[in-house]
Unconditional design. Structure first.
Lengths: 263, 264
């Protein structure tokens, strides 16, 4: 464990010295994603100027949901996104050879080798959005809910990571899955704008159990606003556990099918 | 004129190679329509009308606006120009016996026409699949005005992206800026949400700018709303088209001399 932590710190130092060369684009991701979430905030503000609630959700709850998604996206962009997105390319070109032959887990290195500190201001922006949402709520937030919310943010960041890795493990079997990744991006962006509670019937099954983007921000937002039931919390815990176990198994399974540069 | 027609034809034919990408683009449209179906479905369960829209009108608006934003492929222009300047391969556009701005307009229209067929088919398919009540105007004058506005809007968007693309002569890496631009454009053209939901003061200001007339107003005209704004829209868009024709010429002549053709 300590060895792995020291390894991650070393990767972070290396990455920092590399990114400092491109100072202009250092905060690029922050500006791009920051603008996106602010525009979505404006979009919902425009809708709530005409209606009192959307599917029973008030403007405060929806803003907390948006802020939570923004926070999870910020964690993703800062810690693992730029590492994980390189997996398909490394499989395709055979660059994964360099990772397999090192005395450290290839997935660990791939996950943390492109930590992007330039995205971290997004975390502050997200917290501001969440606090803005909380200020619009009618009921006060309890300390227990805040603690459970933080725990679920960590769990959902893991689920978010699981989904990214699963999709990017597919190229072990089909070489190129760029269109699947693009479709994943489009579906994910859609789920960023729709609170999961609005899905019903078949869509609920798809976005809660098969592609669980529907619960990623919805459940923590429900917890913070005090509307989450014990059942949804337990179900979310089960989904995170199942998907994490599957991710680890699927990665190892994919690695066994890796054909080096001939891929 | 013939040479630009040839450029459009070649671009059209070249898309056959990327047929799978075109099909995927048609499939992507479903996420935008699904968004409208779920979000507005929930809103209209509690309200009969919102900002003058009924649920069928709102859903039809999203069908039209998604269709228009899917065929609006001008983002490729700024990306192609900026990346070729950065790589030093922009020289190929400088040596061909054609004006670069018109070349990119012709090229993009060629690609758009190819996409048009597939996106149109997808629009019909999604409308049937979602069992939506389609609400399109039957007034031929309105439809004609909307088509003129759509064409002018598409040309203007190419001009805008051409302008942003040639800024790479000076600033080289403009990729983050282009991503922010596409986020903002999605909002101010009404692709995310109908602009009539915004405060009146904001709409008044937006009417001066061309984005209001690129997606939002043509979609509204096609569902039979905002009919009195059609002529104003065509005039405003034409004015912006002329302005950007001149601006792009000046900017290109001024900036191209910085280009060293080496790339980084």
């Amino acid at each position: 464990m300590i060895r792995n932590l020291r390894f991650i710190v070393a990767l972070l130092k290396l990455k920092l010295s590399r990114t400092m060369m491109y100072r202009l684009s250092f905060f690029g991701a922050t500006f791009v994603d920051g603008s996106l979430f602010i525009l979505w905030l404006l979009m919902f503000k425009a809708i709530y100027s005409q209606v009192d609630s959307i599917g029973g959700w008030s403007q405060g709850q929806t803003t907390v949901f948006l802020g939570t998604f923004s926070l999870l996206n910020a964690i993703n962009m800062t810690i693992y996104f730029f590492g994980v997105i390189e997996i398909p390319d490394k499989i395709k070109t055979g660059d994964l050879d360099h990772y397999i032959t090192k005395p450290v887990s290839p997935l660990l290195r791939l996950t943390f080798e492109n930590i992007n500190i330039g995205s971290s201001p997004l975390i502050i922006l997200s917290i501001w959005i969440i606090l803005y949402g909380v200020s619009m709520l009618d009921t006060p937030i309890r300390t227990g809910n805040i603690i459970l919310y933080i725990i679920f943010i960590i769990l959902m960041a893991v689920l978010y990571y699981d989904m990214e890795v699963i999709i990017r493990t597919i190229p072990f079997f089909v070489i190129s899955a760029s269109n699947i990744q693009m479709l994943e991006g489009a579906i994910f962006e859609m789920c960023m704008r729709i609170p999961g509670v609005l899905f019903d019937r078949i869509l609920k099954i798809i976005f809660y159990f098969i592609l669980p983007y529907g619960i990623i921000a919805t459940v923590p937002a429900q917890i913070l606003t005090g509307t989450a039931s014990g059942r949804i919390i337990a179900m979310s815990l089960a989904i995170v556990t199942i998907f994490t176990m599957f991710t680890l198994w699927f990665w190892k399974f994919g690695l066994r099918h890796y054909k080096s540069a001939s891929s | 004129m013939n040479k630009y027609l040839e450029v459009a034809k070649i671009s059209f034919k070249a898309q056959i190679v990327y047929i799978f990408d075109v099909c995927i683009a048609a499939v992507y449209m479903v996420t935008k329509i699904l968004f409208a179906y779920v979000l507005w479905g929930a809103v209209f369960r509690e309200n009969e009308t919102v900002a003058g829209f009924t649920y069928p009108a709102m859903f039809t608006y999203y069908i039209f606006s998604s269709f228009l934003s899917q065929i609006e492929l001008s983002g490729n222009v700024s990306e192609e120009i900026s990346s070729s300047i950065r790589r030093g391969t922009f020289s190929k556009f400088m040596v061909i016996p054609a004006g670069t701005q018109t070349y990119f307009i012709a090229q993009t229209f060629g690609v758009m026409l190819f996409y048009l067929v597939f996106i149109l088919a997808a629009s019909v398919a999604w409308t049937v699949l979602f069992r939506a009540r389609f609400m399109m105007t039957s007034n031929p004058v309105l439809i004609l005005e909307a088509i003129i506005m759509i064409i002018l809007g598409l040309v203007f968007m190419i001009q805008l992206n051409y302008f942003l693309g040639i800024l790479a002569f000076k600033y080289l890496d403009i990729s983050a800026f282009l991503m922010i631009k596409s986020n903002v454009v999605a909002f101010i053209t009404g692709s995310l949400v109908p602009l009539s939901l915004l405060p009146d003061a904001v709409i008044t200001v937006m009417r001066i700018f061309p984005f209001y007339y690129v997606t939002y107003l043509p979609s509204m005209l096609l569902i039979g709303k905002n009919t009195e704004e059609a002529l104003t829209g065509i005039i405003v868009l034409s004015a912006w088209f002329l302005l950007f024709t001149v601006l792009n010429k000046i900017a290109y002549n001024k900036l191209r001399v910085i280009y060293d053709g080496v790339g980084i």
